[in-house]
Design a protein around this ligand. Structure first.
Ligand code: HEM
Length: 320
């Protein structure tokens, strides 16, 4: 009898723990409270991408940088104030992450339709999915019900988001720390099939690494990115040299021909354990899309705030 009671108690505790982590997110979370949410978000994202295709990439990246720092809780959206330091000036974010004005536009459209209901964290999740779809990538059902943080962490942003100088084992361990596998890591890296990077992030790779195709480094990149640190640091090059505004599998094809832009990109195909996965994605966008969507859902599950934790921000840039 005592052991039966113990079993029940353990089961109940498990359910409780599951419920407080990500068990509460669901794809129909706002079906009643905000029935037009998806079209409202999509319309704003579509018009932003119509103005500038790169914005799709920027919105996708915002979701990644949100989720990797204390979970998907909208913390990256908080502005610094004289008494509050957010994540925007962290090394991976400073002068780099963009799209905050588009998030503001989405939030105000959503607030008009359903005031005080939808979190900024969920807006990021939907905007990331819509961006991928609009740029011709795969779709998936976005899980919702996250609440917004009342805090942010500059230190965790600096520590938890992997830098472009990372080795394969560094990348793998940063993802493992978030409960994501090496397989998820490779699939998610396929996001670099869209968007741009600044010279300061690929200079070392194009001048000092040997695992880069020589004519690619010289003709297209070294002219954009001068060797001298401090000159042209913010000059841009596409992460996927072939189709920078289409979500396809060219990122992986590029890696096979040693045309990865970042050192960390080329690490995924450099004679190591992830080579075979890169090869498989390079020959099958279906395989890439299937693994990318499931990894995005997994990333979106990283420690959400639910229940009475956090809040629904009125303005994504400020705590209420
Ligand atoms: C695997 C580890 C990763 C590293 C080391 C990394 C690093 C970087 C760097 C250095 C840039 C260029 C930033 C700049 O120069 O201003 C960048 C851009 C980008 N990253 Fe990643 N990233 C990683 C994973 C991801 C993931 C998981 C996603 C999304 C699922 C993502 C989406 C993007 C996108 C879309 C851009 C282009 C953004 C734009 O054009 O505004 N990255 N990343």
């Amino acid at each position: 009898m005592a052991s039966l009671t113990r079993t029940f108690a353990t089961l109940a505790l498990c359910c409780l723990l599951l419920g407080s982590t990500n068990g509460q997110l669901s794809t129909n979370y706002y079906s009643y409270s905000c029935p037009n949410l998806f079209t409202t978000v999509k319309d704003v994202v579509a018009s932003a991408i119509a103005k500038e295709a790169r914005m799709g990439a920027s919105l996708l990246r915002l979701f990644f940088h949100d989720c990797f720092v204390n979970g998907c809780d909208g913390s990256i959206l908080l502005d610094d104030t004289p008494t509050f330091t957010g994540e925007k000036t962290a090394k991976p974010n400073n002068n780099s992450v963009r799209g905050f004005e588009v998030v503001d536009q989405i939030k105000s459209a959503v607030e008009k339709a359903c005031p005080g209901v939808v979190s900024c964290a969920d807006i990021l999740a939907i905007a990331a999915r819509d961006s991928v779809v609009i740029l011709k990538g795969p779709t998936w059902d976005v899980k919702l019900g996250r609440r917004d943080s009342k805090t942010a962490s500059l230190q965790n942003a600096n520590n938890d988001i992997p830098p472009p100088t990372s080795s394969l084992s560094n990348l793998t361990s940063k993802y493992a720390a978030k409960g994501l596998s090496a397989k998820d890591m490779v699939a998610l890296s396929g996001a670099h099939t869209i968007g741009q990077a600044r010279c300061t992030n690929f200079r070392d790779h194009i001048y000092n690494d040997t695992n880069i195709e020589a004519s690619f480094a010289r003709s297209s990149l070294q002219s954009v990115c001068p060797k001298l640190t401090g000159s042209g640091d913010n000059n841009l090059a596409p992460l996927d040299t072939h189709t920078p505004t289409t979500f396809d599998n060219y990122y992986f094809k590029n890696l096979i021909s040693k045309r990865g832009l970042l050192h960390s990109d080329q690490e995924l195909f450099n004679g190591g354990s992830t080579d075979s996965q890169v090869k498989s994605y390079s020959s099958s966008s279906t395989a890439f899309f299937a693994d990318f969507t499931s990894a995005m859902i997994k990333m979106g599950d990283i420690s959400p705030l639910t229940g009475s934790n956090g809040e629904i921000r009125k303005n994504c840039r400020k705590i209420n």
